[in-house]
Design a protein around this ligand. Sequence first.
Ligand SMILES: Nc1ncnc2c1ncn2[C@@H]1O[C@H](COP(=O)(O)OP(=O)(O)O)[C@@H](O)[C@H]1O
Ligand SMILES: [Mg+2]
Length: 317
Amino acid sequence: MMIETHGLKKSFRSRQGRDKKAVEAVRGVDLAVEPGEIFGFLGPNGAGKTTTLRMLATLLEPDGGQATIAGVDLRRDPGEVRRRIGYVAQGGSTWDESTAREELVLHARMYGVGKAEAQRRAAVTLEAFQLTEYADRRCKTYSGGQRRRVDIALGIIHQPKVVFLDEPTTGLDPQSRAHMWDEVRRLREEGMTVFITTHYLEEADALCDRIAIMDHGQIVAEGTPDSLKQEISGDVVNIGLSDTTRASDVLGSAEFVRKLETTDNGVRLYVDEAGTAIPLILRALDGEGIALGTIELHRPSLDDVFLTKTGRTLRES
Ligand SMILES: Nc1ncnc2c1ncn2[C@@H]1O[C@H](COP(=O)(O)OP(=O)(O)O)[C@@H](O)[C@H]1O
Ligand SMILES: [Mg+2]
Protein backbone atom coordinates (compact mmCIF):
# COMPACT_ATOMS: atom_id res chain seq x y z
CA MET A 1 0.00 0.00 0.00
CA MET A 2 1.16 3.53 -0.72
CA ILE A 3 -1.11 5.01 1.93
CA GLU A 4 -2.70 3.13 4.79
CA THR A 5 -4.60 4.69 7.67
CA HIS A 6 -6.46 3.31 10.66
CA GLY A 7 -8.86 5.31 12.76
CA LEU A 8 -7.46 8.71 11.81
CA LYS A 9 -9.14 11.45 13.86
CA LYS A 10 -9.12 15.20 14.28
CA SER A 11 -11.30 17.61 16.24
CA PHE A 12 -11.21 21.39 16.35
CA ARG A 13 -12.42 23.51 19.23
CA SER A 14 -15.17 25.71 17.94
CA ARG A 15 -14.35 29.39 18.27
CA GLN A 16 -17.82 30.82 17.98
CA GLY A 17 -20.53 30.77 20.61
CA ARG A 18 -20.39 30.09 24.33
CA ASP A 19 -20.81 26.34 24.02
CA LYS A 20 -17.29 25.04 23.73
CA LYS A 21 -18.33 22.19 21.51
CA ALA A 22 -15.61 20.51 19.49
CA VAL A 23 -16.05 20.05 15.75
CA GLU A 24 -15.20 16.46 14.95
CA ALA A 25 -13.80 17.16 11.51
CA VAL A 26 -12.45 13.64 10.91
CA ARG A 27 -13.99 10.79 12.86
CA GLY A 28 -11.97 7.65 12.34
CA VAL A 29 -10.85 7.23 8.75
CA ASP A 30 -9.51 3.91 7.41
CA LEU A 31 -7.93 4.07 3.99
CA ALA A 32 -5.86 1.87 1.74
CA VAL A 33 -4.44 3.47 -1.40
CA GLU A 34 -2.47 1.34 -3.85
CA PRO A 35 0.70 2.46 -5.60
CA GLY A 36 0.10 4.07 -8.98
CA GLU A 37 -3.60 4.74 -8.63
CA ILE A 38 -5.60 7.93 -8.74
CA PHE A 39 -7.53 7.82 -5.50
CA GLY A 40 -10.36 10.31 -5.04
CA PHE A 41 -11.90 11.76 -1.93
CA LEU A 42 -15.41 12.87 -2.86
CA GLY A 43 -17.61 14.83 -0.49
CA PRO A 44 -19.45 18.09 0.10
CA ASN A 45 -17.88 21.17 1.67
CA GLY A 46 -17.11 20.55 5.33
CA ALA A 47 -16.92 16.76 4.95
CA GLY A 48 -13.38 16.65 6.33
CA LYS A 49 -11.42 16.14 3.10
CA THR A 50 -8.88 18.93 3.61
CA THR A 51 -8.37 18.05 7.28
CA THR A 52 -7.58 14.44 6.32
CA LEU A 53 -5.21 15.55 3.59
CA ARG A 54 -3.40 17.99 5.88
CA MET A 55 -2.87 15.20 8.41
CA LEU A 56 -1.48 12.86 5.75
CA ALA A 57 0.77 15.64 4.46
CA THR A 58 2.20 16.19 8.01
CA LEU A 59 0.74 19.69 8.25
CA LEU A 60 -1.68 18.83 11.02
CA GLU A 61 -1.17 16.39 13.86
CA PRO A 62 -3.86 13.71 14.20
CA ASP A 63 -5.67 13.36 17.55
CA GLY A 64 -5.79 9.62 17.09
CA GLY A 65 -5.17 6.78 14.72
CA GLN A 66 -2.25 5.74 12.57
CA ALA A 67 -1.00 6.21 9.05
CA THR A 68 1.79 4.88 6.88
CA ILE A 69 2.70 6.82 3.75
CA ALA A 70 5.16 5.52 1.15
CA GLY A 71 6.34 3.01 3.73
CA VAL A 72 6.97 5.57 6.50
CA ASP A 73 5.07 5.91 9.75
CA LEU A 74 3.42 9.32 9.92
CA ARG A 75 3.75 9.78 13.67
CA ARG A 76 7.23 8.32 14.06
CA ASP A 77 8.91 10.08 11.14
CA PRO A 78 6.90 12.98 9.70
CA GLY A 79 10.07 14.54 8.26
CA GLU A 80 10.72 11.50 6.08
CA VAL A 81 7.04 11.40 5.03
CA ARG A 82 7.35 15.03 3.94
CA ARG A 83 10.36 14.24 1.75
CA ARG A 84 8.44 11.49 -0.04
CA ILE A 85 5.25 13.38 -0.80
CA GLY A 86 4.00 16.41 -2.67
CA TYR A 87 1.13 18.55 -1.45
CA VAL A 88 -0.90 21.09 -3.38
CA ALA A 89 -3.21 23.09 -1.14
CA GLN A 90 -6.80 24.01 -1.90
CA GLY A 91 -6.81 27.45 -3.51
CA GLY A 92 -3.15 27.23 -4.38
CA SER A 93 -0.22 29.42 -3.52
CA THR A 94 0.53 33.08 -3.91
CA TRP A 95 3.68 34.00 -5.77
CA ASP A 96 2.43 36.82 -7.92
CA GLU A 97 5.70 38.61 -8.41
CA SER A 98 7.89 35.66 -9.40
CA THR A 99 7.83 33.59 -12.57
CA ALA A 100 6.86 29.94 -12.81
CA ARG A 101 10.43 28.99 -13.71
CA GLU A 102 11.87 30.80 -10.67
CA GLU A 103 9.37 29.15 -8.35
CA LEU A 104 10.06 25.69 -9.76
CA VAL A 105 13.83 26.02 -9.46
CA LEU A 106 13.48 27.36 -5.92
CA HIS A 107 11.16 24.55 -4.92
CA ALA A 108 13.46 21.83 -6.29
CA ARG A 109 16.44 23.39 -4.50
CA MET A 110 14.46 23.45 -1.24
CA TYR A 111 14.34 19.67 -1.56
CA GLY A 112 18.10 19.48 -1.93
CA VAL A 113 18.34 19.28 -5.72
CA GLY A 114 21.50 20.91 -7.15
CA LYS A 115 21.27 24.12 -9.17
CA ALA A 116 21.91 22.71 -12.67
CA GLU A 117 19.61 19.74 -12.07
CA ALA A 118 16.91 22.05 -10.64
CA GLN A 119 17.05 24.16 -13.79
CA ARG A 120 16.88 21.08 -15.98
CA ARG A 121 13.90 19.69 -14.06
CA ALA A 122 12.13 23.03 -14.14
CA ALA A 123 12.46 23.14 -17.94
CA VAL A 124 11.18 19.56 -18.34
CA THR A 125 8.28 20.17 -15.97
CA LEU A 126 7.30 23.45 -17.62
CA GLU A 127 7.24 21.66 -20.95
CA ALA A 128 5.20 18.75 -19.58
CA PHE A 129 2.61 21.12 -18.13
CA GLN A 130 2.56 23.20 -21.31
CA LEU A 131 3.81 26.25 -19.47
CA THR A 132 7.02 26.94 -21.37
CA GLU A 133 5.44 29.81 -23.24
CA TYR A 134 4.62 31.67 -20.00
CA ALA A 135 7.54 30.38 -17.92
CA ASP A 136 9.34 33.68 -17.64
CA ARG A 137 6.33 35.89 -17.12
CA ARG A 138 5.27 36.94 -13.65
CA CYS A 139 2.64 34.60 -12.25
CA LYS A 140 0.14 37.38 -11.61
CA THR A 141 -0.42 37.53 -15.37
CA TYR A 142 -1.55 33.87 -15.55
CA SER A 143 -5.07 32.56 -16.07
CA GLY A 144 -6.72 30.42 -13.40
CA GLY A 145 -5.96 27.21 -15.27
CA GLN A 146 -2.31 28.19 -15.79
CA ARG A 147 -1.90 29.01 -12.10
CA ARG A 148 -3.30 25.64 -11.09
CA ARG A 149 -0.87 23.92 -13.45
CA VAL A 150 2.02 25.78 -11.83
CA ASP A 151 0.68 24.71 -8.41
CA ILE A 152 0.77 21.08 -9.44
CA ALA A 153 4.13 21.39 -11.16
CA LEU A 154 5.48 22.75 -7.85
CA GLY A 155 3.93 19.83 -5.99
CA ILE A 156 5.79 17.25 -8.07
CA ILE A 157 9.10 18.93 -9.04
CA HIS A 158 10.96 16.94 -6.35
CA GLN A 159 9.60 13.67 -7.83
CA PRO A 160 7.56 12.42 -4.87
CA LYS A 161 6.08 8.94 -4.75
CA VAL A 162 2.68 10.33 -3.91
CA VAL A 163 1.09 13.70 -4.46
CA PHE A 164 -1.90 15.13 -2.60
CA LEU A 165 -4.05 17.50 -4.64
CA ASP A 166 -6.75 19.37 -2.73
CA GLU A 167 -9.57 20.32 -5.12
CA PRO A 168 -7.23 21.13 -8.00
CA THR A 169 -10.05 21.94 -10.41
CA THR A 170 -12.41 23.95 -8.21
CA GLY A 171 -13.35 27.16 -9.97
CA LEU A 172 -11.86 26.18 -13.32
CA ASP A 173 -13.86 26.33 -16.53
CA PRO A 174 -14.74 22.98 -18.14
CA GLN A 175 -11.92 23.17 -20.66
CA SER A 176 -9.22 23.89 -18.07
CA ARG A 177 -10.68 21.14 -15.92
CA ALA A 178 -10.41 18.59 -18.72
CA HIS A 179 -6.86 19.77 -19.29
CA MET A 180 -6.08 19.24 -15.61
CA TRP A 181 -7.50 15.70 -15.76
CA ASP A 182 -5.00 14.95 -18.53
CA GLU A 183 -2.18 16.27 -16.35
CA VAL A 184 -3.25 14.08 -13.46
CA ARG A 185 -3.47 11.00 -15.70
CA ARG A 186 0.01 11.75 -16.96
CA LEU A 187 1.32 11.73 -13.38
CA ARG A 188 -0.20 8.28 -12.96
CA GLU A 189 1.45 7.11 -16.18
CA GLU A 190 4.78 8.22 -14.73
CA GLY A 191 4.11 5.90 -11.80
CA MET A 192 3.03 8.45 -9.23
CA THR A 193 0.22 7.79 -6.79
CA VAL A 194 -2.28 10.64 -6.85
CA PHE A 195 -4.62 11.41 -3.96
CA ILE A 196 -7.13 14.00 -5.06
CA THR A 197 -10.11 15.59 -3.35
CA THR A 198 -13.13 16.92 -5.17
CA HIS A 199 -16.75 17.81 -4.70
CA TYR A 200 -17.46 17.26 -8.40
CA LEU A 201 -19.24 13.96 -9.09
CA GLU A 202 -18.23 13.93 -12.74
CA GLU A 203 -14.61 14.40 -11.81
CA ALA A 204 -14.55 11.53 -9.33
CA ASP A 205 -16.30 9.36 -11.89
CA ALA A 206 -14.15 10.20 -14.90
CA LEU A 207 -10.75 10.55 -13.32
CA CYS A 208 -10.39 8.29 -10.32
CA ASP A 209 -9.51 4.61 -10.27
CA ARG A 210 -11.05 4.31 -6.82
CA ILE A 211 -12.91 6.72 -4.61
CA ALA A 212 -13.95 7.11 -1.02
CA ILE A 213 -17.10 9.12 -0.40
CA MET A 214 -16.79 11.25 2.70
CA ASP A 215 -19.52 12.88 4.73
CA HIS A 216 -19.43 14.41 8.23
CA GLY A 217 -15.89 13.22 8.88
CA GLN A 218 -16.47 9.61 7.91
CA ILE A 219 -16.11 7.43 4.86
CA VAL A 220 -19.56 6.25 3.86
CA ALA A 221 -18.62 4.24 0.76
CA GLU A 222 -15.49 3.11 -1.01
CA GLY A 223 -14.68 1.36 -4.27
CA THR A 224 -14.28 1.90 -7.98
CA PRO A 225 -16.86 4.31 -9.42
CA ASP A 226 -18.46 1.40 -11.30
CA SER A 227 -18.59 -0.95 -8.32
CA LEU A 228 -20.13 1.75 -6.13
CA LYS A 229 -22.84 2.45 -8.65
CA GLN A 230 -23.58 -1.22 -9.17
CA GLU A 231 -23.65 -1.92 -5.46
CA ILE A 232 -26.48 0.58 -5.11
CA SER A 233 -28.95 -0.51 -7.69
CA GLY A 234 -27.31 -2.28 -10.57
CA ASP A 235 -28.19 -1.03 -14.03
CA VAL A 236 -31.67 -0.25 -15.28
CA VAL A 237 -32.81 -1.36 -18.72
CA ASN A 238 -35.97 0.19 -20.16
CA ILE A 239 -37.57 -1.88 -22.89
CA GLY A 240 -40.30 -0.58 -25.15
CA LEU A 241 -42.65 -3.29 -26.45
CA SER A 242 -46.38 -3.88 -26.76
CA ASP A 243 -46.80 -7.37 -25.35
CA THR A 244 -45.92 -6.50 -21.75
CA THR A 245 -47.74 -9.49 -20.29
CA ARG A 246 -45.76 -12.10 -22.15
CA ALA A 247 -42.53 -10.11 -21.80
CA SER A 248 -43.09 -9.99 -18.03
CA ASP A 249 -43.59 -13.76 -17.93
CA VAL A 250 -40.45 -14.46 -19.91
CA LEU A 251 -38.15 -11.91 -18.27
CA GLY A 252 -39.61 -11.82 -14.76
CA SER A 253 -38.40 -15.34 -14.04
CA ALA A 254 -34.97 -14.93 -15.69
CA GLU A 255 -32.19 -15.28 -13.14
CA PHE A 256 -30.26 -12.23 -14.37
CA VAL A 257 -33.24 -9.96 -13.60
CA ARG A 258 -33.26 -8.60 -10.05
CA LYS A 259 -36.58 -6.86 -10.37
CA LEU A 260 -39.13 -6.14 -13.11
CA GLU A 261 -41.66 -3.33 -13.35
CA THR A 262 -44.13 -2.69 -16.12
CA THR A 263 -44.14 0.82 -17.54
CA ASP A 264 -46.46 2.80 -19.85
CA ASN A 265 -44.84 1.41 -22.95
CA GLY A 266 -43.07 -1.77 -21.87
CA VAL A 267 -41.05 -3.11 -19.00
CA ARG A 268 -38.21 -1.89 -16.80
CA LEU A 269 -35.59 -4.36 -15.64
CA TYR A 270 -33.10 -3.99 -12.79
CA VAL A 271 -30.02 -6.04 -13.59
CA ASP A 272 -26.53 -6.37 -12.13
CA GLU A 273 -24.73 -5.31 -15.25
CA ALA A 274 -26.36 -4.21 -18.48
CA GLY A 275 -23.47 -5.31 -20.65
CA THR A 276 -24.10 -8.96 -19.89
CA ALA A 277 -27.87 -8.65 -19.46
CA ILE A 278 -28.76 -7.01 -22.77
CA PRO A 279 -27.74 -9.94 -25.03
CA LEU A 280 -29.63 -12.29 -22.69
CA ILE A 281 -32.71 -10.07 -22.82
CA LEU A 282 -32.62 -9.96 -26.62
CA ARG A 283 -32.17 -13.71 -26.85
CA ALA A 284 -35.02 -14.42 -24.41
CA LEU A 285 -37.47 -12.16 -26.23
CA ASP A 286 -36.42 -13.42 -29.64
CA GLY A 287 -36.79 -17.02 -28.50
CA GLU A 288 -40.41 -16.36 -27.61
CA GLY A 289 -41.06 -14.36 -30.77
CA ILE A 290 -41.78 -11.16 -28.81
CA ALA A 291 -41.19 -8.03 -30.92
CA LEU A 292 -38.97 -5.41 -29.38
CA GLY A 293 -39.48 -1.67 -29.96
CA THR A 294 -36.72 0.13 -28.09
CA ILE A 295 -34.11 -0.72 -25.53
CA GLU A 296 -32.44 1.89 -23.37
CA LEU A 297 -29.92 1.77 -20.59
CA HIS A 298 -29.79 3.88 -17.43
CA ARG A 299 -26.72 3.70 -15.23
CA PRO A 300 -26.97 5.03 -11.68
CA SER A 301 -24.72 8.03 -10.98
CA LEU A 302 -22.41 8.64 -8.04
CA ASP A 303 -25.05 11.05 -6.81
CA ASP A 304 -27.44 8.08 -6.53
CA VAL A 305 -24.75 6.43 -4.41
CA PHE A 306 -24.36 9.50 -2.21
CA LEU A 307 -28.13 9.76 -1.83
CA THR A 308 -28.45 6.14 -0.78
CA LYS A 309 -25.66 6.45 1.78
CA THR A 310 -26.52 9.85 3.28
CA GLY A 311 -30.16 10.54 2.52
CA ARG A 312 -29.42 13.69 0.53
CA THR A 313 -27.85 14.49 -2.80
CA LEU A 314 -24.35 15.86 -3.21
CA ARG A 315 -25.60 18.53 -5.59
CA GLU A 316 -27.80 19.94 -2.83
CA SER A 317 -25.12 19.82 -0.13
N1 LIG B 1 -8.74 25.17 11.70
C1 LIG B 1 -10.01 24.86 11.93
N2 LIG B 1 -10.65 25.29 13.06
C2 LIG B 1 -11.94 24.96 13.32
N3 LIG B 1 -12.70 24.18 12.52
C3 LIG B 1 -12.14 23.73 11.39
C4 LIG B 1 -10.78 24.03 11.02
N4 LIG B 1 -10.52 23.42 9.84
C5 LIG B 1 -11.63 22.78 9.48
N5 LIG B 1 -12.62 22.95 10.41
C6 LIG B 1 -13.98 22.37 10.36
O1 LIG B 1 -13.82 20.98 10.14
C7 LIG B 1 -14.82 20.49 9.25
C8 LIG B 1 -14.16 19.85 8.05
O2 LIG B 1 -13.50 20.82 7.27
P1 LIG B 1 -12.61 20.49 5.99
O3 LIG B 1 -11.67 19.40 6.35
O4 LIG B 1 -12.03 21.76 5.51
O5 LIG B 1 -13.70 19.94 4.97
P2 LIG B 1 -13.69 19.84 3.37
O6 LIG B 1 -12.28 20.00 2.92
O7 LIG B 1 -14.26 18.50 3.08
O8 LIG B 1 -14.56 20.94 2.88
C9 LIG B 1 -15.69 21.68 8.91
O9 LIG B 1 -16.80 21.67 9.77
C10 LIG B 1 -14.78 22.86 9.18
O10 LIG B 1 -15.52 24.00 9.52
MG1 LIG C 1 -11.46 21.32 1.56
